[in-house]
Design a protein around this ligand. Structure first.
Ligand code: SF4
Length: 340
């Protein structure tokens, strides 16, 4: 059983969702006086997530407003026609939850993982290694590490016993963050017709999404023309600039593309700062090696289209794609065509 306070702090849980369901609130109710505070708090949630993600803090005076503001904010985001903004919102909310979960007891973290995500997870008990307090079944573990770039998450680098991976409480909170993020993304992706009753607030949300900090949190490397990028590179670029994560090959492809398209190492470094799992030393190492300044002194090119297709990284190819075999050729062709 989780408390009212917990439902307000973790409104993604099954218990919070059941609470919302029982109230049977309709969209039109939200603009009536008794429910207006919910709409107001939902707007504030979105504003904080998009403009000040590091300061995300729950409003704790009235748990029911806090619980209801979460699905309301998600419904509002589903009406916004901008995938990057939706991703940014999902990343900020899920990160905020995992930050709070790290301060919770082991029992609470395990309880939320079992009750809401149906994880096969258990406490290790007393007599085992101290820091690794939890065993998580490898199926649940693998499902949630696909966006992690750090080698420590690789299954081959973990202690595995009878199908269970040993993890810390903080790592469990980090994996719950992945679950919450995909859940929010999945729900905000559903196209819903903006309800007439919410016209005014949706206008306000649209204004928030156009405020400078939402788009200024990443610096496009100078000299790079985003509009000339092939669809695959644009997709990687958009994902990262919206705070999303890339696979190892995705990062390599984007970095080598930018380096070969003329961006300086410093510009690429600044751009990668917008990545949600940014690690300065690791990113510096990768950029220096890909650009050929360190290591084997070879400047790496991005993989060919065939390789990107094999790895599921070719997205929405257009008619120029039919004439080329390499993403850099696409970029150069487009620049040439525009010059003409
Ligand atoms: S065909 Fe090549 S350039 Fe075009 S989207 Fe696919 S991988 Fe990218």
């Amino acid at each position: 059983m989780i408390s009212e306070r917990d439902k307000a702090r973790y409104p993604f849980t099954t218990e919070a969702a059941d609470y919302v369901k029982k109230l049977r609130i309709e969209i039109d109710d939200l603009i009536t006086d008794p429910y207006k505070p919910i709409l107001k708090r939902a707007e504030e949630r979105i504003r904080q997530a998009l403009l000040k993600p590091d300061d995300l803090a729950p409003q704790e005076q009235d748990p029911s407003i806090e619980i209801l503001s979460f699905p309301t904010a998600i419904m509002l985001m589903a009406c916004i026609d901008n995938e990057n903004v939706k991703r940014r919102y999902a990343v900020a909310e899920s990160k905020g939850f995992s930050k709070k979960l790290k301060d919770e007891s082991l029992e609470k973290v395990i309880g939320i993982a079992q009750g809401t995500f149906d994880w096969n997870i258990k406490s290790k008990g007393q007599n085992l290694r101290e820091t690794y307090e939890i065993f998580l079944h490898f199926i649940d573990y693998i499902k949630n590490i696909k966006n992690m770039n750090d080698l420590k998450w690789k299954l081959t680098n973990r202690y595995l016993k009878d199908g269970y991976v040993e993890i810390t409480k903080n790592e469990a909170a980090r994996l719950i963050e992945e679950e919450v993020q995909s859940k929010i993304l999945e729900k905000t992706k559903r196209k819903i017709e903006p309800p007439k009753a919410l016209k005014e607030i949706l206008e306000t949300i649209k204004q928030i999404t156009m405020e400078k900090p939402v788009f200024d949190t990443f610096d496009t490397p100078s000299g790079i023309k985003v509009e000339n990028m092939p669809p695959c590179i644009k997709k990687l670029f958009d994902t990262l600039s919206a705070g999303g994560r890339l696979s190892h090959l995705g990062r390599f492809t984007l970095t080598s593309f930018l380096v070969n398209a003329g961006a300086t190492e410093e510009d690429v470094m600044n751009f990668f700062k917008s990545a949600s799992d940014f690690d300065e030393n690791k990113t510096k190492y990768q950029i220096e090696h890909i650009s050929g300044r360190k290591g084997g002194k070879t400047k790496y090119k991005p993989p060919k289209c065939d390789t990107l297709k094999t790895h599921g990284l070719c997205f929405s190819p257009d008619e120029i794609c039919n004439r080329i075999a390499h993403p850099l050729t696409y970029y150069r062709l487009k620049i040439k065509a525009l010059k003409k």
